[in-house]
Write a protein of this length. Structure first.
Length: 236
């Protein structure tokens, strides 16, 4: 059996002008993952990263840990199909359009706009984000790729990676919540709403492991954080 380890990127810069960069906390989370893997003598035959800066930088920090320790770290391959879905951009950039979709979304948008305290803003954004993502998953038409298109492209990436790394290989993948949710759905053969809702529980820089061989893809560990103490764990 081979092993596929999916890493959610470290904490990004939530509520900043550029979300797609690691926060200081996210950089520390990534560093701690690298140190943990070195202490556990973890080695990898291949590394793949999604196209976003937060994906690439999480992997780069882990790789720097290995190189500074004099250990091998595979050259990361950028895999565009491991990109996150675009519901977050929909929420942040098309608020007026969303407000016209339903009274529920109008109310959630207003609650988010009125929140001033950071934790309340995070909670209100998550409620809005989940509501829009649920509608998107159910097939409601938005000006982004559909849920089924998203599923298909992530599964193509998994197909390609697993087909080319058989025979006891260990592969690390740095990506986002959405692709990890699709991998979970693939392993558990669960409904789309179950996969989407399970993904909301993924911590930043968490590890979700799968074992695979020809015709087999099995969840082995979910949302693990052996490298982070409780005070350093974040969702956003």
């Amino acid at each position: 059996m081979s092993e596929l380890i999916l890493v959610r990127h470290g904490q990004a810069s939530f509520f900043e002008d550029n979300y797609d960069q690691l926060s200081e906390c996210g950089r520390e989370q990534s560093f701690q993952l690298g140190q943990h893997w070195i202490a556990e003598q973890e080695s990898f035959d291949a590394v793949f990263v999604g196209p976003r800066v937060r994906h690439r930088d999480t992997a780069a920090i882990v790789g720097d840990c290995y190189r500074k320790a004099g250990l091998d770290w595979p050259t990361a391959t950028i895999q565009p199909e491991l990109d996150e879905h675009h519901v977050d951009q929909l929420v942040s950039q098309q608020a007026d359009s969303l407000a016209n979709q339903s009274a529920e979304l109008t109310e959630l948008l207003e609650a988010f706009a009125l929140a001033t305290e950071r934790q309340q803003r995070q909670r209100n954004f998550q409620r809005l984000f989940e509501a829009v993502a649920s509608r998107w998953m159910q097939g409601e038409s938005f000006d982004i790729e559909s849920w089924h298109e998203f599923q298909a492209r992530v599964n193509r990436a998994i197909d390609e990676i697993t087909a080319s790394h058989q025979g006891g290989r260990r592969v690390a993948v740095f990506t986002s919540v959405g692709p990890i949710s699709i991998a979970i759905q693939r392993a558990l053969k669960c409904q789309s709403d179950v996969a989407l809702n399970t993904g909301w529980r993924l911590w930043n820089c968490s590890l979700t492991n799968f074992v695979y061989s020809t015709g087999r893809f099995t969840l082995d560990r979910f949302n693990a954080l052996p490298h982070l103490p409780k005070q350093d764990r974040t969702y956003r």
